[in-house]
Design a protein around this ligand. Structure first.
Ligand code: NAD
Length: 475
């Protein structure tokens, strides 16, 4: 597969290329990735600008019908997309199949938005005046995504952008470019030229050109906190709307009255699926001392039993991490954990496989201020922090710059409701995994995790549109 751009309804070849090797088996060459210059990005923005008025004027119902068509095409090719994504970025095939179907469901959900009402009728002082609100698209939206959900994240940005009447320039992460190209090949016949454009990029050049371009009216970004802060600053300076969804350091609190089997099961799934590379991954378990020992014993047994291996095999639980730099970064964090005196109770030693495999790793008795308890690792590494009581548990959960997702395992309604009230996070989940949020519910964080807007569900309309207030006097 060859990386190329899709601009104004045409595919354009790119000059510069790098070979893409599968992180699960580096002898498997997936294709070659091209990357764009600022001129390529400008051409894409101009194509989107030219298409925007006709797309807005097509009307929401007609746009919805096109999104239904797109959903059917993606569904027909879900297995192919899942296989390609697994080869390109290493997510185990079982999870990737689920993600491909989620992309289909997202398309259907937003297709349905074309049929739902927007706005409200508001009483006017003059009884012969009809006063109401409606929604207007922003115009051209720049979509910048990470690699860890190569189908779902682009779709939960592109689908609402389109249904609410915006045209799009999509810049995927370099590690998930080829699957983006394939997805665009499938979607290209559905939409008028210029409505949906793709520019590939390596490093920061294409993304930077996109956020700086004066033709961009809004930017939706998901990625690291550092790049997100830069995107936010640039958009603020330019006076355009932006949305930044960033990292997490998500805690699970295990109370003394928790169902320990359920807590272990969902902490392991939250921490180790996708090799821990989810913004909502569980990375800290804060457990009351009263149940620390039995919880740890069950946790270590469950983690040691996980199957690590080739992500294309259906029974693999933990696949590789996405890339060599990511692999080295995680190794650095495991060394930091050892240096800081945490007790390594599972994993830790690197595996001798032909890819970037990090074994599922658990540290016990991690200090709540240690590097591995404070920084986002984005790998299959879990830290256990024992605490004396629920006051200390909540303090520890909140003593962090991030605030994306948090779970509490408890049999007590009072403890559950207290955590819901007091935990600083955009998502609080009781007896549930930190990851696995449903597409029809609002998604986003607080503190350094998010610009505080929400994605998914009906909440998306708030970012992708402006409210217009209308008053019409009946003469
Ligand atoms: P990243 O910040 O390195 O890159 C994200 C995107 O930004 C990529 O497409 C990249 O090319 C682009 N980019 C880089 N420099 C840019 C610049 N100067 N201007 C504009 N764009 C630029 O993140 P990543 O490594 O791809 O993804 C992992 C991160 O994403 C983690 O921190 C994870 O927590 C976060 N994430 C957050 C969510 C969420 O919804 N909160 C979901 C998934 C991932």
């Amino acid at each position: 597969m060859i990386g190329k751009n899709f601009i104004g309804g045409e595919w354009t070849a790119l000059d510069a290329h790098v070979v893409v090797q599968s992180p699960g088996d580096i002898s498997d060459t997936v294709g070659s990735m091209g990357f764009s210059t600022a001129q390529d990005v400008a051409a894409a923005v101009e194509a989107a600008m030219q298409a925007k008025t006709a797309w807005r004027d097509l009307g929401a119902v007609n746009r919805g019908n096109l999104l239904f068509q797109a959903a059917a095409i993606v569904e027909e090719h879900a297995e192919e997309l899942a296989q390609l994504a697994t080869r390109e970025m290493g997510k185990p095939i079982g999870e990737m199949r689920g993600e491909a179907l989620r992309a289909v469901a997202i398309l259907r959900y937003y297709a349905g938005e074309g049929y739902r009402s927007v706005g409200e009728v508001i009483p006017a002082a003059n009884p012969i005046t009809l006063q109401y609100t409606t929604r207007e698209p922003l115009g051209v939206v720049g979509v910048i995504t990470p690699w860890n959900f190569p189908l779902a994240i682009p779709m939960w940005k592109i689908a609402p952008a389109l249904i609410y009447g915006n045209t799009v320039v999509f810049k995927p992460a370099e590690w998930s470019s080829l699957v983006a190209v394939r997805m665009m090949e499938l979607l290209a016949p559905v939409f008028p030229a210029g409505v949906l454009n793709l520019v590939l990029g390596l490093g920061r050049e294409a993304g930077e050109a996109l956020i700086q371009h004066p033709g961009i009216d809004g930017i939706t970004f998901t990625g690291s906190a550092a790049v997100g802060a830069h995107v936010a600053e640039t958009a603020t300076r330019r006076g355009i709307k932006y949305q930044t969804e960033m990292g997490g350091k998500n805690p699970v609190i295990v109370a003394r009255d928790a169902n320990l089997d359920l807590a272990v099961d969902l902490a392991v799934s939250g921490a180790m699926r996708s090799a821990g590379q989810k913004c909502t991954a569980t990375s800290r378990v804060i457990v009351e001392e009263a149940v620390h020992e039995p919880f740890l014993e069950k946790l270590v047994a469950a983690v040691r039993a996980l199957k690590v291996g080739n992500p294309l095999q259906a029974d693999t639980y933990v696949g590789p991490v996405v890339s060599k730099p990511q692999f080295e970064k995680i190794q650095g964090y495991i060394e930091a954990g050892l240096r800081d005196g945490a007790r390594l109770v599972a994993g830790g030693e690197m595996l001798d496989l032909d890819g970037y495999y990090v074994p599922p790793t658990v540290f016990d008795r991690v200090h709540s201020q240690a590097v591995i308890a404070q920084e986002e690792i984005f790998g299959p590494v879990l830290g256990v922090i024992p605490v004396g009581d629920m006051d200390e548990a909540i303090r520890t959960a909140n003593n962090i710059r991030y605030g994306l997702s948090a779970s509490v395992f408890t049999g007590s309604l009072a403890t559950a409701l207290r955590c819901v009230r007091e935990i600083e996070a955009g998502l609080v989940r009781v007896n549930e995994e930190t990851a696995g949020v449903e597409l029809q519910a609002p998604f986003g964080g607080v503190k350094a995790s998010s610009s505080h807007s929400r994605e998914q569900g009906r909440a998306a309309i708030d970012f992708y549109t402006h409210v217009k207030t209308v008053a019409v006097r009946g003469l």
